[in-house]
Design a protein around this ligand. Structure first.
Ligand SMILES: Nc1ncnc2c1ncn2[C@@H]1O[C@H](COP(=O)(O)OP(=O)(O)OP(=O)(O)O)[C@@H](O)[C@H]1O
Ligand SMILES: [Mg+2]
Length: 461
């Protein structure tokens, strides 16, 4: 691999010469400038700049500032014969990587250059990784065109670019709360900082507290060393508190204090520590209910409710089932090296009518299983025969004033016939009855032959 290009900016020929000799020998490409103006001009092509403090046409600090404006990631090492503490502080404040005193030892310079380049390489790796993450968690990966999902996505996008410091994600299990939390983080200006994630139910209270807030040495028996908590680690970034409903009342109080004041103390610590983190809390419980039953603090609930996002259940957005199914078929085609073309209309109908208590996660698992086993081009209802039938019952809720069962039956029958273009066998399959039972009902309801062309079913879901 080609070694880096170094720019040496110094007005003393001897200094430039000795550095060039050394670094050329080490395999670097070396370019030189004897003036401030020359240094600025050549800076863009360099991976690192060795910069003299005192130059005939300006001081090193102004050159440093210009370079940092143009190429903020290029490390600059300042060299000077007039070392004063202020110079050093100033240089570092303006973004110098390090500071060397003249006359210097060439080995020392070489070491410093190597370290600076290594740091800068790591930084760009991290940046590349974060760009990949941002792509992996772009809002486009949250699938859904239904009104409910579009509204949720719009809200998530607004939150991401807002300064909102507390967000509450609710929704049944598998509705995409983890996904949403990451999308918020990686699409916000916090993306370059950390996203840390902790499940509140996974640890006993004391451990969770020290994970979140850190602890001082000796704070408790096992605290042999001081430890920074997640809120400190994620400074500038996002902390995702999953299953917030499981947090004990004592910790809820401490979390509330933190959310209100943005400061906290490490366990066993006396000083207040201030950090800037966005807290995204998530739960699949009904927090309202938890508050009523006294398990969740009301004040914390209201604090979290400032920015609530409800992720709709899959039942509430059945129209997205085909879209999600297609997305997962494509994904598993790649993963399992298969060439399944998609789902037959009947198969889609089975999925659309299922209750999905486990939401998108369950749909993913169901398709993954079908894709593993399938041996033909299309997924058919038989590929989903393992779907628990009982769960379908949860699909319907009896309205408060009741309903007319006959009417519902007629409507659903019409919908099934409609969808299958009056193929009685297929319609029957959608309703879990056979062809004769379909025909019996067509007669029972006296469905006119005219309706067999195209029926308008008022009971659309
Ligand atoms: N709208 C969506 N589009 C694409 N994939 C989704 C969507 N919603 C959820 N998923 C996928 O479903 C799976 C479960 O989602 P996730 O882990 O975010 O759910 P959750 O709400 O956090 O569930 P739990 O309450 O059980 O923790 C993941 O693989 C996720 O990528
Ligand atoms: Mg989750």
């Amino acid at each position: 691999m080609a070694k880096a290009t170094l720019l040496i900016v110094d007005d003393e020929d001897l200094v430039r010469w000795s550095l060039r000799e050394r670094f050329t020998r080490d395999g670097y490409t070396v370019v030189e400038a004897g003036t401030a103006a020359g240094g600025v001009e050549q800076a863009l092509g360099a991976d690192l700049v060795l910069l003299d403090y005192k130059l005939p046409d300006g001081d090193g600090l102004s050159v440093l500032r210009r370079i940092k404006d143009m190429a903020p990631d290029t490390p600059v090492i300042l060299m000077t014969a007039f070392s004063t503490v202020e110079n050093a502080v100033d240089a570092m404040r303006h973004g110098a990587y390090d500071y060397l005193n003249k006359p210097f030892d060439l080995d020392e310079v070489a070491l410093c250059v190597e370290k600076a380049l290594e740091t800068s390489r790591l930084r760009s790796e991290v940046r590349a990784f974060r760009t990949t993450q941002a792509k992996a968690y772009s809002f486009d990966t949250i699938i859904g065109q239904s009104t409910a999902m579009m509204a949720a996505k719009t809200l998530l996008g607004r939150i991401a670019s807002s300064p909102a410091s507390t967000v509450l994600l609710t929704g049944e299990t598998g509705t995409g709360k983890d996904l949403a939390a990451k999308a918020i983080h990686y699409n916000s200006d916090r993306a370059a900082k950390q996203f840390v994630n902790i499940t509140c139910s996974a640890l006993p209270e004391q451990l969770l507290e020290s994970e979140l807030f850190g602890h001082e040495r000796g704070a408790f028996t096992d605290a042999r060393q001081q430890k920074r908590g997640l809120f400190e680690t994620a400074d500038g970034g996002t902390v995702f508190l999953d299953e917030i409903g499981e947090m004990t009342p004592g910790l809820q109080a401490k979390l509330l204090r933190f959310l209100e004041e943005k400061t906290f103390k490490r366990v066993g610590g006396l000083t207040d520590i201030k950090v800037d983190v966005r807290v995204i809390a998530a739960t699949n419980r009904d927090l309202d209910e938890e508050v009523r039953s006294g398990k969740f603090r009301e004040d914390l609930f209201y604090r979290l409710q400032v920015m609530p996002v409800v992720l709709p259940s899959l039942r509430a957005r059945r129209g997205d089932v085909p879209l999600l199914a297609k997305w997962y078929v494509e994904r598993y085609n790649q993963e399992f090296r298969k060439r399944v073309r998609g789902l037959t209309p009947d198969a889609l109908a089975v999925l659309e009518h299922y209750g999905w208590p486990g939401n998108v996660r369950e749909l993913r698992n169901v398709i993954e299983r079908a894709m593993l086993l399938v041996e033909h081009d299309w997924l058919t209802p038989e590929d989903f025969s393992a779907l628990p039938r009982g769960a379908r019952a949860t699909t319907f809720k009896l309205p408060p004033d009741g309903l007319n069962l006959e009417e519902v039956e007629r409507d659903l029958l019409l919908q099934a016939l409609d969808r299958t273009e009056w193929n009685q066998t297929h319609a029957g399959r959608l309703l879990g009855i056979n062809r004769d039972q379909v025909r019996y009902r067509i007669e029972k309801f006296g469905l006119p032959p005219a309706a067999q062309q195209r029926s308008a079913a008022p009971f659309k879901t």
